[in-house]
Design a binder for this molecule. Structure first.
Ligand code: HEM
Length: 127
């Protein structure tokens, strides 16, 4: 496993922890405290995006890859996961329903993890 994959995995691993921390605090109406994990999460989005796009770029090299389409779908699903996390937290903060975003979140997360771990070849789990 190389450093870019490792950084990507640390990025989204940390992201999920921060997301749940902010979620719990917003849920307890501790909006002020929730801002801390929420802001760190927003910085972490940049790590996930940067490493994700660098990894994606590898599937566009001259030699051609048989996984380019899967990698693009993985990128779109990953992007959707980030959009959903942000939308869910903003809805929670405003005390509005985030139900639709939760549904998209779980679908996108399953697709992201299946493609990332199961199908794309550079993962650290045996495909
Ligand atoms: C929260 C959002 C995201 C999650 C949970 C996630 C999850 C993962 C996982 C589980 C892997 C496989 C790592 C491994 O097995 O070593 C991976 C790899 C990858 N991700 Fe993400 N990712 C996210 C966002 C993104 C974004 C936004 C992009 C692109 C724009 C992206 C592009 C990629 C690419 C190209 C790979 C390389 C797969 C390979 O070559 O095996 N990811 N990601």
């Amino acid at each position: 496993m190389d450093g870019m994959i490792l950084t990507h995995v640390i990025g989204w691993g940390l992201g999920i922890v921060l997301f749940f921390a902010a979620l719990v605090l917003y849920n307890e109406k501790k909006s002020k405290q929730a801002t801390i994990p929420h802001m760190i999460l927003r910085l972490d989005y940049l790590v996930i995006l940067y490493t994700g796009f660098v990894l994606l770029w590898r599937y566009f090299d001259a030699s051609g890859s048989s996984f380019t389409v899967q990698a693009i779908i993985k990128g779109v699903a990953g992007l959707l996961v980030i959009v959903c996390m942000e939308m869910i937290l903003v809805k929670m903060k405003k005390e509005k329903s985030a139900k639709a975003w939760w549904i998209i979140f779980f679908i996108a997360l399953v697709i992201t993890l299946l493609l990332g771990f199961g199908i794309l070849p550079m993962g650290f789990l045996p495909a």
